[in-house]
Design a protein around this ligand. Sequence first.
Ligand SMILES: Nc1ncnc2c1ncn2[C@@H]1O[C@H](COP(=O)(O)OP(=O)(O)OP(=O)(O)O)[C@@H](O)[C@H]1O
Ligand SMILES: [Mg+2]
Length: 248
Amino acid sequence: MAEVHTMTALLDVHVPSKRFGDRRVLDNFSLTLEAGEIVSLVGASGCGKSTLLRIVAGLDREHDGTVTLKGQPQHGVSRDIGVIFQEPRLLPWLTVAQNVGFDADAARARDPHVFTLLEEVGLSQVADALPKALSGGMAQRVAIARGLFNRPPLLLLDEPFSAVDAFTRIRLQELLLAIAREHDTTLLLVTHDVDEAAWLSDRVIVMGGGRVLDEVTITEQRPRSRRSPALTEARNRILEILEGAHVL
Ligand SMILES: Nc1ncnc2c1ncn2[C@@H]1O[C@H](COP(=O)(O)OP(=O)(O)OP(=O)(O)O)[C@@H](O)[C@H]1O
Ligand SMILES: [Mg+2]
């Protein structure tokens, strides 16, 4: 007889309401992520995507919602949740390796794990360089390595590639996917790029007015061709939902 397993989701978020002054930014927002999923959030500027990510990251606690990771209610920032922002936010006086291991004490910036991560993102040659010597794409790769330093089961990314050129962006998407697989990391990614969302994700959540409008599931196997008809279909469906909500 088959055993019955009760699956606990990796992440459960429910925010009945989040306000900035009189303005209600999140309105009955709920999201559940299973371990290993890659999920994107798309929606118009100002619809509450970054606010939601900051709540999940524990960076904003002024709300009446709950964030549960592996069944544990979260209260504030946690090493189990990594965050990558739009800009790399490196400390200019620290070397690349020190920036990656920054969360540890100074001695652990020499941690072999730092060098493994730098190798994975293709930056072992510049471990001792200062951030000012890096291109935008390289700096964002440092931020990816830093986001993975604590081996978080969940990595949040807020428009991580929007400041780099189109070719670098494609390479970083491939790198992110490979690394997420290698480290068993679940990804929750905010992006304005509907093609990026479709290519990377298992599910795309379309937000509007602080709530979930709809979601699109993408079952296409990986590795995925960027020209696959299934991805075109997913992208069109996302655009249709946004248009239906008069966001486009
Ligand atoms: N600290 C804050 N104080 C007051 N209002 C804020 C604050 N942060 C965000 N807001 C407002 O909350 C709303 C949602 O902002 P948020 O940054 O979550 O949007 P977003 O979906 O990430 O937009 P974008 O796509 O432009 O990044 C906006 O109207 C914004 O002006
Ligand atoms: Mg934002």
